[in-house]
Ligand binder design. Structure first.
Ligand code: XIL
Length: 369
């Protein structure tokens, strides 16, 4: 009897505690954030268009079958980039053929919806098929393979893909050449070989060097600066720099505006276009209202600088909604880096981006630009 009363009192305490503090794992307390359903205009794409600016997203061909995904993508974005479908791992998973179907579907979708397409990426150390990695090419053979691939792929989408990330992540964090297959087989000039081949295949395409951690001064930023400066001096066709823009709130999110602007200035002074090509701002788990607010402030800083800078004409986020982001499976202690949540609800970061676009339109109207 005494024991039963004891168990009852424990149950009552547990129920009371649950009612007061909320179920474990549920939103609770002051740090609560309740997304509300809101699909009202203005949409990011229409605002971006007024500014001659691209607000884009990384997409996957397989996601284009999800009607909710497609609806948000069409409504809010005016540019797309293939998250994986234009990498060697997809296009050349087989040694003996080219698989263009997934990329074709993305390009077709973009054309039907008047979106700019960025191609990503022609030469990288990662996501190369096993058959390629296992080769032991001589320099001459490797040049032939690299040039052959770039020529085939760029020609395939000639005039339809406006910008290419020709070379991705060729410099490591210390500012040294990354030890990729191309670096090993060909040597330092593999980068200019890649750019020249792309330019030859489509002289109108804008060609980019793309990398992460370029948004603040570092040995890596210096090395990339020296690399592209050297290429330009040699007359290599390179038109832009992609700042990938993978940020985490663990490290303060997006750098201070002055830092970001100075980083863009460096490359812009070489006459290059600067774009933010793969933006996301990771949140250390658990997600709370105040962290979502910090995330929104990060996006705000980024957009303010990007929109004001004459050399910058694009911000692409690395995915449409949090559920589809690479962050959860790549950085498991962090999550929710994008503008739309798992259910495609707009996050505070979305509203921050939209506010920046609206403010820039107003600023230009006042200045009569
Ligand atoms: C990532 C994709 O998002 C993942 O789905 C894939 O498993 C690995 O690659 N820098 C790049 C992108 O240039 O291509 C990477 O994309 C993210 C980091």
């Amino acid at each position: 009897m005494l024991r039963r009363r004891f168990l009852w009192s424990i149950l009552i305490v547990v129920i009371a505690a649950t009612l007061l503090t909320g179920m474990p794992g549920c939103r609770s307390g002051n740090d609560d954030y309740e997304p509300i359903e809101d699909t009202s205009p203005p949409y990011l794409s229409e605002l971006a268009e007024k500014l001659d600016f691209y607000i884009g997203a990384a997409v996957g061909e397989s996601y284009l079958r999800n009607s909710e995904y497609v609806e948000v993508l069409k409504r809010e974005f005016n540019a797309v980039v293939a998250e994986n479908d234009m990498k060697w791992s997809t296009i050349r998973w087989s040694e003996h053929s080219y698989n263009f179907a997934p990329g074709d579907a993305i390009v077709k979708f973009a054309e039907e919806n008047r979106m700019m397409v960025r191609g990503h990426t022609l030469a990288w150390h990662s996501q190369n098929p096993g058959w390629l990695r296992n080769k032991k090419y001589s320099r001459e053979e490797a040049i032939e393979v690299l040039e052959g691939y770039i020529t085939e792929v760029v020609t395939h989408w000639k005039g339809r893909i406006k910008e290419w990330d020709v070379v991705n992540e060729a410099i490591d964090d210390e500012g040294k050449r990354r030890d990729s297959i191309w670096q090993q087989w060909i040597g330092d000039d593999w980068i200019e070989i890649a750019f020249r081949a792309a330019h030859k295949a489509d002289p109108d395409a804008l060609l980019f060097y793309n990398d992460y951690n370029l948004e603040y001064p570092s040995p890596k930023q210096n090395a990339v600066y020296n690399l592209v400066n050297g290429l330009l001096k040699k007359g290599v066709p390179i038109h832009g720099i992609g700042f990938q823009g993978h940020f985490s709130l663990e490290y303060g999110g997006v750098p201070a505006k002055g830092t970001l602007k100075a980083s863009i200035d460096r490359f812009a002074n070489l006459g290059l276009i600067v774009q933010f090509t793969e933006v996301d701002v990771r949140i250390p788990k658990p997600v709370t209202a105040s962290k979502l607010k910090q995330q929104a402030e990060s996006y705000r800083r980024l957009l303010e600088v990007a929109l004001e800078h004459p050399a910058c004409n694009a911000v692409l986020v690395w995915g449409v909604h949090d559920k589809q982001s690479w962050v959860d499976y790549t950085f498991p202690n962090t999550t929710a880096p994008l503008l739309f949540d798992n259910s495609f609800y707009r996050k505070p970061a979305y509203y921050a981006v939209r506010d920046c676009l609206l403010a820039e339109i107003e600023r230009r109207e006042v200045e009569g630009k």
